[in-house]
Structures are given as C-alpha cells and as structure tokens.
Design a protein. Structure first.
Length: 289
C-alpha cells in the first residue's frame, strides 16, 4: 500500500531519510545522535544533518581532494592520483616519546597528520605502552613489490598463480588499492613484539581488544584516527564485513579528523554486531554535496 503523506507534514522528511539510507546502502547507520532507528522523524532528520555537517567541515578543514576517498579492495584510486608521491606534502615522522625519539627510518607520513601522530604517541606512552610505526606512505611501486612478495609466498601452497594472487589479496592490497598511498594511514604495532618473525601480526590479532591494540580501539579517535579493518565477530583473522578488505588489521589506522573519528566512535563502529564501518561512512560521504 502506498504511504499517505498528505496529512503528515513530517512525512516528507521521513521519506527523504529513507531515500538517503537507500542511496547510501547503510540501513540504520546514520543515526548518530539518537542511536535509535525508531527515533522520531525530527531526531532522524537531525542525525542526517549532523552527518552532512561533519563531512563538509572535514573536507573544508583538510583541503585534499582524496582525503575522504574510500579506497578499498574493489575501489581503486583515480588514474590521475600521483603514483610516486601523495597529493599532500610528506615528512619523516619526528615523534618525541619521552626518553626516545623516532628518527629517520625511511617511513613517510602526510605532514598534516604529524601533530595527530605526536599526540597519539604522547598519550599511548602515558599509558605505559610502546608504539612503533612500521609502515606509512607507500608509492605504487612499493605497494606492488609488497603485494608481489606476498603472492610469491603463497605460490608454493597454491595450484595456480591466480589462486596465489587471490589469497594474497585477502591481506595485502594491489597497487592503487591501498590507503597507504594517501599518506594518511599508519601500521602501528606494539613495540614489545617488534622483530619477532610473524609474531607481531599474530599477537596483534590475538590481542585486538586488549593491551596496546585495546588502547588503540578505545583512544585513537581522540587524535583523529579510525581503525579501517577492525576484527569481526566470528574469527580473529577476519575483519568486519563492509570494511573494504577481508582481513582484520588491529594495527592499521587512518587519519580522518577528530569530528569524523568521534562520529564513528559514537556509532560504535568497532562493534562486530552492527553494520557501521569506516569504509561505509566514506562511501556515504561521497554522496554529500
């Protein structure tokens, strides 16, 4: 039966919200203030306004064309995106952590996130933990080498090269499909496990919600970061559906600005039982004009 809208002046808002959610494919994701899909029409409309405001203000604050681009396993960066440098200036992270200082490791990050990285390091050190950046910006060539190395490692266990490539693509991105190209993403590990062959990755997944990685889940948003591939409900190896990649990476964070990071946290995006993910929110943000 068709919905009668003539007697209810608020029904148009409700229909607009339904169209909004249908276009975005988010279900009841965009319900930041009430957190309730059955909230009043007025509250639901306000939730949409908050989301649009956050996206627009984030774009204005960080004036980079692809700052909020939803790059993923199935979404490549545009062809005109620079392959040998990010679209924003890059720097070597100069992170003061009290007794030590992170020197020149060859790792680069976007200059605009340097203050946020410093803040994150300062706070995590206060908690008695030992962060270590193991990866930041990558050129397309660097990402291609990384991916090919993983493919080569899978080949002895696969019947075909295509099978090896498919397996590698579960946990490694092809060139052009990685958030690391933006200069906004970091792989940041618990330094106490650094140097152990394979150990740091295994320990990170086992301890995704405790210790150093638990701290990242609970606090990284305060410095403007979000976890791109949080752990799902069924297997510590797998990310939540809708993250953009199938493999969980408790160490991978992306800078999105404090407003959007707080919005994600308020919407409980790390909860494996709901549908909110950073990738879905970024896809929704593309629709905001």
């Amino acid at each position: 039966m068709a919905e009668n809208t003539s007697e209810n002046p608020l029904s148009k808002i409700l229909i607009n919200r339904r169209n909004f959610l249908k276009i975005f494919g988010l279900g009841a994701v965009v319900v930041a203030t009430s957190g309730n899909p059955f909230a009043t029409v007025e509250a639901q409309a306000e939730d949409i306004n908050i989301f649009v405001k956050i996206i627009n203000e984030t774009r204005e604050q960080y004036d980079a064309a692809h700052f909020l681009f939803p790059v993923s396993q199935t979404r490549r960066l545009p062809e005109d995106f620079p392959k040998d440098s990010a679209e924003v200036p890059l720097v070597t992270p100069n992170i003061h952590t009290g007794a030590t200082e992170m020197g020149d490791t060859g790792i680069k990050i976007a200059q605009l996130i340097q203050p946020a990285v410093q803040q994150l390091f300062t706070e995590v050190k206060k908690a008695g933990l030992s962060p270590k950046i193991v990866s930041g910006y990558r050129t397309f060539a660097e990402q291609n080498r990384t991916f090919n190395n993983y493919v080569a490692a899978e080949q002895p266990f696969c019947k075909t090269d295509a099978e090896a490539e498919e397996k590698a693509n579960r946990y490694s991105a092809k060139a052009g499909f990685s958030e690391h190209h933006l200069g906004l993403a970091l792989d940041i590990m618990d330094g106490s496990f650094a140097g152990k062959p394979g150990g740091q990755w295994d320990e990170a997944r086992k301890n995704f919600n405790q210790g150093f990685y638990g701290w990242l889940r609970e606090n990284s948003h305060l410095s403007g970061f979000a976890l791109s591939y949080p752990t799902g409900a069924d297997n510590i190896q797998d990310a939540k559906p809708g993250c953009g990649y199938p493999s969980a990476e408790p160490w991978h964070i992306r800078f999105v600005g404090r407003q959007l990071a707080q919005y994600l946290q308020d919407n409980d995006y790390l909860n494996p039982q709901n549908s909110v993910t950073l990738n879905k929110i970024l896809l929704a943000g593309e629709k905001v004009k």
